[in-house]
Ligand binder design. Structure first.
Ligand code: SF4
Length: 534
């Protein structure tokens, strides 16, 4: 009876009818069966298994990239190559916890094979990841990318950049805001000044009372530091003498104590401002993490990660403490140079990257620039603004514009605007002497004032050139590909690999962990490509 028709059942029924009792209903189940020749772990692993890809790639890396930190001496360490293999394989298999990797080393055949049946403890794995390999992992990442390029996994020379935010290992309520620290610091200084002024006033009264014994002033009270405040507190304490009444002594003691307390507070706020530096906030748990708005609109401590992809493989990444993608672009591209990765032909990014600084920086690179700018989509798809700068004719000789209504807009003055990152944007302002009686006024301007144009000639030129490139066939193809070339890796890492939160604290350790994440992502993709190619 064919098995599709319930062959086993029929066979059992027939056997029952014919009173056959010694038939075999199940496979043999012998838990305690010994094997004459123990199997090799290697023979139990599929030839296309992911762990074999990890093994091969790490074996082919230059050992100097990860061994330079090991000086030797003392008890022999676990081999860095083995530790690197189990860490990378762990990140490929969505196992990010050192405890779970340690457990897998005792249970999982692939881990056992990679480690040669060695069982490092979880804190050894963690120390290795966070301390020994901290500096080396970025270089390991670059070597893996080079491997993928050399072996033809990465075919495209078009580079797509985007930013994504990862939560830091810090609580929601661990924030320190720079503005609060500045406000409280100034309030402390005001209170301290009041205390010191009161102390000086008491001194003046005492000078009159105990004439001939001038008491030292508490200081200039201008820009106070915690040290000055402590010195003033000590001075107030020293001024207590036996000639004073009990009330006077008590008052001086209170003032000195209050000043000491304010000095401690000021020191705390100064330390907070020192940690903040250029940032607006930081987390008390991870000082390098900045509070930023995440994809789900919540404000959490995190890092802004810039990543670039080629053929959907992540080929460069950089970690920024600033939530603005545009300001992190330059550092990201410089990181690519530091890692000595080969140059690319084109660089494509979304409209947030189209700033004057970034266009200027792109001129120093050999790659063609396809960075969109904020108004590109509106100019090409949406309802075009009735009168944009393009509709005003520029007269370079006289440095003036001619409007669609045929009137002249003369140069008035130059102005500038502070940008994120410290630089300034410079504008030339042109204005129409009178727009009175113009039939186009309602479409040309929103206010009653005469029309004014704020023009950054340099940026306008960059935008014009980039627009031509973006509207070309190549530009159209790159814009179409941008969505899936870089967004797909982010979605895969965050959704399929479930990696949304960095487990290590501090920007260096976070960078090291992200290197492992991106190596894991790239090798998973390479393993799939190998399997597909057969
Ligand atoms: S509103 Fe002024 S600037 Fe605009 S078209 Fe009329 S005259 Fe020219």
């Amino acid at each position: 009876v064919p098995s599709s028709l319930g062959g086993t059942f029929c066979y059992i029924e027939i056997a029952k009818k014919n009173k056959i009792t010694d038939m075999k209903k199940y496979h043999d189940y012998q838990q305690k069966q010994n094997l004459l020749i123990p199997p090799r772990l290697d023979s139990l692993i599929d030839s296309n298994d992911l762990c074999r890809v990890v093994n091969r790639v790490i074996d082919e890396l230059d050992p100097d990239t990860y061994e330079s930190r090991f000086r030797g001496g003392g008890r022999p360490s676990y081999h860095p190559k083995m530790m690197l293999k189990i860490l990378v394989y762990g990140y490929c298999m969505k196992i990010y916890s050192s405890r779970k990797i340690a457990l897998a080393l005792r249970r999982d055949i692939a881990f056992m094979w990679l480690s040669g049946r060695q069982n490092p403890e979880h804190n050894t794995i963690n120390r290795f990841r966070g301390d020994y390999l901290k500096e080396a992992l970025e270089q390991v990442f670059a070597s893996v990318v080079q491997f993928l390029l050399n072996h033809g996994y990465i075919k495209s020379n078009d580079y797509f950049v985007d930013g994504t935010k990862f939560e830091a290992d810090a609580g929601k309520y661990t924030h320190v805001w720079k503005k609060s620290a500045e406000k409280f610091s100034s309030k402390v200084k005001d209170r301290a000044k009041e205390i010191m002024e009161e102390a000086d006033l008491i001194n003046e009264q005492e000078d009159l009372e105990f004439s001939g014994k001038d008491l030292a002033s508490t200081g200039s009270h201008s820009e106070l530091t915690p040290e000055e405040m402590r010195a003033a507190a000590t001075e107030i304490s020293k001024q207590i003498s036996d000639e004073m009444t009990g009330r006077q002594k008590q008052r001086k003691k209170t003032l000195s104590k209050k000043l000491e307390q304010e000095a401690d507070k000021l020191q705390k706020y100064n330390e907070q401002l020192e940690i903040c530096k250029e940032r607006n906030s930081y987390s008390k748990t991870d000082h390098d993490a900045t509070f930023m708005r995440m994809k789900n609109d919540e404000v959490r401590a995190g890092y802004n990660v810039q990543a670039g992809s080629q053929s959907q493989y992540i080929t460069t990444f950089s970690v920024s403490q600033n939530s603005n993608d545009a300001t992190a672009f330059k550092a990201h591209m410089q990181k690519r140079n530091e890692l000595k990765l080969p140059p690319v032909d084109t660089i494509t990014a979304d409209s947030i990257y189209g700033t004057e600084d970034n266009y200027e920086f792109m001129e120093s690179l050999d790659a063609q620039c396809y960075l969109k700018y904020p108004t590109f989509h509106r100019e090409t798809h949406g309802k075009k603004p009735m009168f944009s700068l393009e509709d005003f004719e520029y007269d370079e000789v006289n440095d003036q514009y001619k409007c669609p209504g045929g009137r002249e807009l003369l140069f008035f003055y130059e102005t500038s605007k502070q940008k994120q990152g410290g630089n300034r944007w410079f504008y030339r302002v042109y204005g129409c002497e009178t727009c009175e009686g113009c039939s186009l006024a309602s479409q040309c301007k929103k206010t009653k004032r005469n029309k004014r144009l704020h023009v950054n000639h340099k940026l306008a030129k960059y935008r014009k050139d980039t627009k031509t490139r973006l509207l070309s066939d190549k530009g159209f193809e790159l814009r179409r590909r941008r969505g899936f070339e870089i967004e797909t890796p982010f979605a895969d890492i965050k959704h399929n690999l479930g990696y949304r939160r960095i487990r290590l604290r501090g920007i260096k350790k976070a960078t090291a962990e992200l290197a492992l994440v991106f190596i894991g992502y790239n090798l998973r993709k390479a393993a799939k490509a190998t399997l597909k190619a057969g």
